[in-house]
Write a protein that binds this ligand. Structure first.
Ligand code: SF4
Ligand code: SF4
Ligand code: SF4
Ligand code: FES
Length: 959
C-alpha cells in the first residue's frame, strides 16, 4: 500500500516567507492584534506566518534571504513612516503591525496589476495552473481588473530557452523576482544566473546564450524557487500537475537526499527535494532531482530468465521456475564441491533490509560466510581505520555541522561532483568565511567557490597520502599546536606517546617529504597551522583516501590528526567519510562483510554467533568467508563455483577487468539480480529482475549514519521487490524466511544489532529519520558521535608508517593514472546512462596536462591508447591543466571505456580495497580501439542478440 504524503500535516510544507533565525533573545510583537514571540532577527513576515497570518508575497520564500523587491508584502507599523516591506523588516519588541488596511489593499492590487499587465494570461494552458504563486497572490489581493492593456511594451514574445533537457525557461512569464538568482547563489552556490538590465529591461540571464552552455549544473534549485511557470520541469509541462506524493530517499549517492515523489496515477511526474529532509534541507542535484527516467526505461528486465550456458539464448520463466532452478543448481554444486563452493554479494544500492536478507541467506541457507559487498572496493578502509582509532566504523557528524566549521580539509574527494548537496553546503560555509584546504592531485571545483576567502590546494602526487598526513601531523606536534587537554582526557596515553615519538621524527617533516609528495614544505606547514589554529576543523574525505594500497593507514592518519587537534565530538569538526553509493554505509552495517554479522559483530565471537543462531534457528560457520577478490581467485583456482550477485556490476566496477571476466567465465553458475542486463549479467545463467528504489519499501543509511525511509511509489515492474525475491529464493533453498513487509525485517535487525536496537518504522515515520546508534541510551539516535567518550573508551592513535606503493612510474609507464567521478554520471552509469544526463557526459575521456600532451603530440579530442601492466584501453583526450604534469585522469562511467582494464589488482593491505587511484601508464596516439574493446563490442553485441532472441515463458522447454 502506498504511504501517501499528507501536506496538511507537514510543517515543512508551509512557506514562512523568510528563513528561521537562531537567537537566545526572544522578541514579542503584536500583529493584527495577535501577540507573537520570535527569536530576534526574525522578519515581520515570518512572525506573521507563525501566527497564522499570511501576508501576500512574491519575491520572498523561506529558503532564501529576503530581497525586498516586489513590495507586495508591505505592512503598516505603528510609529513608522510609509509602508515597510515585512520580509525585510526585523520584528522588534513591542512592535504593532497591521497587515490589512484599505491603503495596503490598494497598493497590493496596483502592484499585481502591473505584474499581470506584462504576463501572458494563458493560465488555462499553463503548466503551473493550479499551483502558481502569482495566480494565488492575484486571488489573495483581490485583483479584479487590469487597466493597462497589452498594447504597450511587454515581454510576451520572448523566446523560450529549451536547451536544458530537464527544464524550460519561458521568460515571457518572468516577474523578475530574482528568486532563481538567489537560489543559485545561496542554495546551490554556483552563481550561474544574474539579473541583467534595469527597470523594464530587467531580465534573468546566464553568462552564456542559454542554460546548457552556461555554468549551470542543473541542480533545479532555481526551478524549485520560481513562483511562476517561468522555470518549470519538462516532465511537468508534458504530464501536468501531479495529484499526490510520497516521501522517499534518493538512490544515487551517499548524501541521502529526501524527495517528494509527485505522481499522477502511477506515473511519476517529478521528484521535488523535500524541505523536511534532514540531510538535504530541500536541495538536490541533477541526478536525484531529474535523472529518474531509468526506472521505467525500456531496457528494464521485467521477467526472470535462465540459460544453461552464456552462449545460449535466454529463456523467460515464471518466478517459481526461476527460484526452483536456482535453488537446485546451488544445492547440486554444494553437494559436488562442498559447502564453501558458493557465495554471494550484497548491494549498496539496495535497502538495508535487502542487504540484511542476502547476507542472512548466505550464512543461513548457503551455510558459509562467503558474503561481501561493493564497499570492499570503496570504503572498506574507512570501516577498518575508524574502528581501530575511534572505535566505530562510521563518520562522526551530521551534514548540518558543516555550518559550524572554521576550516574544512577535503582530502581525495570532489564533493561538488560526487556529493553535490554536501558540496553546496560546504560552499555556503566557505562564503561565510571558513577556510578551505584541498589535498588532491587534481584541481577540484570547490577551490573555485565564488567568494571563497582563503583556499589552499595541496596537489599531491597520487600514492603519497600517508606521507602528507604524517607531515601535517608532524607540524602540529613539533610546533606545539596539539590540543593537549583533549589528548589527555580522551585518548589512550600509551598509544599517544608511541605515536608522538614516531610522528615528531624529522623523517616525517614537510621538508623531508616535500619532494616525494610533490608539494612545497611551506604549503604543508601552512596547511597544518591553518587546520590546527583556525578553530573548528572538519575533515571530509572520499575514495581518493581509501582506494590505495595504504587506504586503511590513511584513514587512521586522518583520525590521528583529528584527535591531535581536538577536532572530534562537537559540531563543526570531525571525520567525515563521503560514502559513494546511496546505501554503502547501510550495506556494511547490515553484515555484508565476510567476517562480521550485522552491527560489525565478529562471526568469530561465540556469544555473538549464538544469538544469531538462536534467532535464525540454524548453526553458523565461525570462519570468516571469502572477500570479493578472493572469490575471483578461488573461481579461477576451481574451488569457488557459483554466486548470487544482487545489484552490483562487478564486471565493470572491479579492478583488472580481464581477471574479473575470467573469474566470472570460470563459474559454473552465476545468478544476477539487477534492473538491466549489466556487464556482469552477460556472464550469468539466471537473471532475476531487480526493483528500483521507486518500487519498494525499506531504508537507506547515508554517510551521516542517517537511516532514511524509502517508500514505495509504484508497483515493481516485474511483480516483486528485491527483498521478496531473496526471501523466495531462501525458501526454495530450504531455509524458511517469512516477512510480510520490510518493517518486520527491520524489527529483526533491531533485535540482533545493538546499534539499531531502538530503530523501527514507527519511529522513523515519527522522526523523519534518525542517525544510529539508536538504542536505550540514545532513543532518538545520535547526531554527533564521540562527544564524551569513544566506544573503545579512549581514542587510539595509530602508527602510520608511509610505505610507497609498488605501482610506480617507470620508463615504460611514465605517467600515473588516477580516476574519479563526474557530476552528471553515477558510478558504473547503469542508471544515468539511461537518462538525459548523457547530454553532459556521453563518454569517458582521459584528462592530460598540456605539457604531457605536447611531448606526445596529442591534441584535444585525439584517440589515445592507455597502457598499464594490466592492459590497454583507448579513450579520447581532453587537454586540461587541472592535473599536474605526470598525472592523467579519467572517469569510469561507460563500460566500453574499459577504465578498469588498466587498473591493477594492487590493494589495501588491511581490507583488499583496490588501488584504483594509482596506476602507472603510458599514453600514445592510436587509430583504433584496443583489443579488449574490440572483444568487448563483439561480446556485447552477442549478448544483446541472445537477450533479444529470448524465448517467452513456456515457449521452449529447457533441456
Ligand atoms: S539549475 Fe541550479 S545551477 Fe542551474 S541555474 Fe538553476 S540553481 Fe543555478
Ligand atoms: S525565472 Fe522565476 S524565479 Fe526567476 S525571476 Fe523569473 S519569475 Fe522569478
Ligand atoms: S545524488 Fe546525492 S546529492 Fe544528488 S540528489 Fe541524490 S542523494 Fe542528493
Ligand atoms: S515579498 Fe517582500 S518585497 Fe517581495
Amino acid at each position: 500500500m502506498l504511504e501517501l504524503y499528507d501536506p496538511s500535516q507537514d510543517p515543512h510544507n508551509r512557506d514562512l516567507g523568510t528563513p528561521a533565525k537562531v537567537s537566545e533573545t526572544q522578541v514579542a510583537l503584536e500583529i493584527d492584534g495577535v501577540t507573537v514571540t520570535v527569536p530576534e532577527g526574525t522578519s515581520v513576515m515570518r512572525a506573521a506566518a507563525l501566527a497564522g497570518i499570511q501576508i501576500p508575497k512574491l519575491c520572498a520564500t523561506d529558503s532564501l534571504e529576503a530581497f525586498g523587491s516586489c513590495r507586495l508584502c508591505a505592512v503598516q507599523i505603528d510609529g513608522r513612516r510609509g509602508l515597510p516591506a515585512s520580509c525585510t523588516t526585523p520584528a522588534e519588541a513591542g512592535m504593532k503591525v497591521t497587515t490589512q488596511t484599505q491603503q495596503l489593499a490598494t497598493l497590493r492590487r496596483n502592484i499585481m496589476e502591473l505584474y499581470i499587465s506584462d504576463h501572458p494570461l494563458d493560465c488555462l494552458t499553463c503548466p503551473s495552473n493550479g499551483n502558481c504563486e502569482l495566480q494565488d497572490t492575484a486571488g489573495q489581493v483581490g485583483l479584479r481588473e487590469v487597466r493597462y492593456g497589452f498594447a504597450g511594451n511587454n515581454h510576451l514574445d520572448e523566446e523560450k530557452d529549451v536547451s536544458n533537457p530537464y527544464f524550460t525557461f519561458d521568460s515571457s512569464k518572468c516577474i523578475v523576482c530574482s528568486r532563481c538568482v538567489r537560489a543559485c547563489e545561496e542554495v546551490q552556490g554556483t552563481f550561474a544566473l544574474t539579473l541583467e538590465g534595469r527597470g523594464f529591461d530587467s531580465r534573468i540571464a546566464t553568462a552564456a546564450d542559454n542554460f546548457m552552455d552556461s555554468d549551470c549544473v542543473s541542480c533545479g534549485a532555481c526551478v524549485e524557487a520560481c513562483p511562476t511557470a517561468t522555470l518549470a520541469e519538462n516532465s511537468l509541462i508534458a504530464l501536468g500537475q501531479p495529484e499526490r506524493s510520497v516521501i522517499t530517499t534518493c538512490a544515487y549517492c551517499g548524501v541521502g537526499c529526501s524527495f517528494k515523489a509527485e505522481l499522477k496515477g502511477e506515473q511519476l511526474v517529478r521528484m521535488v527535494p523535500y524541505k523536511g529532509g534532514a540531510a538535504n534541507r530541500g536541495h538536490a542535484c541533477v541526478k536525484g532531482r531529474f535523472a529518474f527516467g531509468y526506472a521505467t526505461h525500456q531496457d528494464r528486465v521485467t521477467a526472470p530468465m535462465i540459460r544453461d550456458s552464456i552462449d545460449q539464448p535466454w529463456r523467460e520463466v515464471s518466478w517459481e521456475e526461476a527460484f526452483d532452478y536456482t535453488a537446485r543448481r546451488f544445492k547440486a554444486i554444494q553437494a559436488r564441491h562442498g559447502r564453501n563452493s558458493i557465495g554471494g554479494i550484497t548491494s549498496s544500492r539496495c535497502t538495508n533490509e535487502e542487504s540484511y536478507l542476502v547476507q542472512k541467506l548466505i550464512r543461513a541457507a548457503f551455510g558459509n560466510n562467503n558474503t561481501d559487498t561493493c564497499a570492499r572496493v570503496c570504503h572498506s578502509p574507512t570501516g577498518y581505520g575508524l574502528k581501530q582509532t575511534l572505535g566505530e566504523s562510521a563518520g562522526t557528524q551530521t551534514f548540518d555541522s558543516i555550518q559550524d566549521a572554521d576550516v574544512i580539509l577535503v582530502i581525495g574527494a570532489n564533493p561538488t561532483d560526487a556529493h553535490p548537496v554536501v558540496g553546496s553546503q560546504i560552499r555556503r560555509r566557505l562564503r561565510q568565511g571558513a577556510k578551505l584546504i584541498v589535498a588532491d592531485p587534481r584541481h577540484i571545483d570547490l577551490l573555485d567557490t565564488p567568494h571563497l576567502q582563503e583556499g589552499l590546494h595541496l596537489p599531491l602526487l597520487p600514492g603519497t597520502n600517508v606521507a602528507l598526513i604524517n607531515a601535517l601531523a608532524h607540524v602540529v606536534v613539533t610546533e606545539g599546536l596539539e590540543d593537549q587537554a583533549f589528548i589527555e582526557q580522551r585518548c589512550d596515553s600509551a598509544a599517544y606517546g608511541e605515536w608522538r615519538e614516531f610522528i615528531r621524527d624529522p623523517q616525517q617533516s614537510p621538508e623531508a617529504m616535500a619532494e616525494l609528495i610533490g608539494v612545497p614544505a611551506d604549503s604543508l606547514r601552512q596547511a597544518a597551522r591553518t587546520f590546527a589554529q583556525a578553530g573548528n576543523g572538519a575533515i571530509f574525505y572520499g575514495l581518493g583516501v581509501t582506494e590505495h594500497s595504504q587506504g586503511s593507514t590513511m584513514v587512521m592518519g586522518i583520525a590521528n590528526l583529528a584527535m591531535a587537534t581536538g577536532n572530534i565530538g562537537r559540531s563543526g569538526v570531525g571525520v567525515n567519510p563521503l560514502r559513494g553509493q546511496n546505501n554503502v554505509q547501510g550495506s556494511c552495517d547490515m553484515g555484508s562483510f565476510p567476517h562480521e554479522l550485522p552491527g560489525y559483530q565478529p562471526v568469530t565471537d561465540d556469544s555473538v554467533r549464538q544469538r544469531f543462531e538462536q534467532a535464525w534457528g540454524v548453526s553458523l560457520d565461525n570462519e570468516p568467508g571469502l572477500r570479493i577478490p578472493n572469490m575471483f581467485d578461488a573461481a579461477l583456482a576451481g574451488s569457488y563455483k557459483a554466486m548470487y550477485v544482487q545489484g552490483e556490476d562487478i564486471a565493470q566496477s572491479d579492478p583488472n577487468t580481464q581477471h574479473v571476466e575470467a573469474a566470472l567465465r570460470a563459474l559454473e553458475f552465476l545468478v544476477v539480480q539487477d534492473l538491466f542486463l549489466n556487464e556482469t549479467a552477460k556472464f550469468a545463467h539466471v537473471l532475476l529482475p531487480g526493483s528500483s528504489f521507486l518500487e519498494k519499501d525499506g531504508t537507506f543509511t547515508n554517510a551521516e549514519r542517517r537511516i532514511n525511509r524509502v517508500r514505495q511509489v509504484m508497483r515493481p515492474l516485474a511483480g516483486k521487490a528485491d527483498w521478496e525475491v531473496t526471501m523466495a529464493l531462501s525458501n526454495a533453498l530450504g531455509y524458511p524466511m517469512q516477512y510480510n513487509h520490510p518493517a518486520e525485517i527491520m524489527d529483526e535487525i533491531a533485535g540482533l544489532t545493538p546499534s539499531f536496537a531502538g530503530v523501527s518504522y514507527a519511529k522513523l515515520d515519527q522522526l523523519g529519520s534518525l542517525q544510529w546508534p539508536c538504542n536505550e541510551q540514545h532513543p532518538q539516535g545520535m547526531a554527533i558521535m564521540h562527544e564524551e567518550t569513544f566506544p573503545i573508551g579512549q581514542g587510539r592513535f595509530a602508527i602510520t608508517e608511509y610505505v610507497p606503493t609498488s605501482e610506480k612510474a617507470s620508463r615504460r609507464f611514465p605517467l600515473i593514472l588516477t580516476t574519479g567521478r563526474i557530476l552528471s554520471q553515477y558510478n558504473v552509469g547503469a542508471q544515468t546512462r539511461r537518462t538525459d544526463n548523457q547530454a553532459w557526459h556521453a563518454e569517458d575521456r582521459l584528462e592530460i596536462h598540456p605539457h604531457d600532451a605536447e611531448e606526445r603530440g596529442i591534441g584535444d579530442g585525439d584517440w589515445l591508447g592507455i597502457s598499464s601492466r594490466a592492459g590497454q584501453t583507448v579513450l579520447r583526450a581532453t587537454i586540461s591543466e587541472r592535473m599536474q604534469p605526470g598525472v592523467v585522469y579519467t572517469t569510469f562511467h561507460h563500460p566500453e571505456s574499459g577504465a578498469n582494464v588498466i587498473t591493477t589488482d594492487n590493494s589495501d593491505w588491511a581490507t583488499n580495497c583496490p588501488e584504483y587511484k594509482v596506476t602507472a601508464v603510458q599514453v600514445e596516439k592510436v587509430s583504433q580501439p584496443s583489443q579488449w574493446q574490440q572483444n568487448f563490442n563483439v561480446f556485447k553485441a552477442r549478448q544483446r542478440e541472445l537477450l533479444n532472441s529470448r524465448h517467452a515463458a513456456d515457449s521452449q522447454p529447457q533441456a
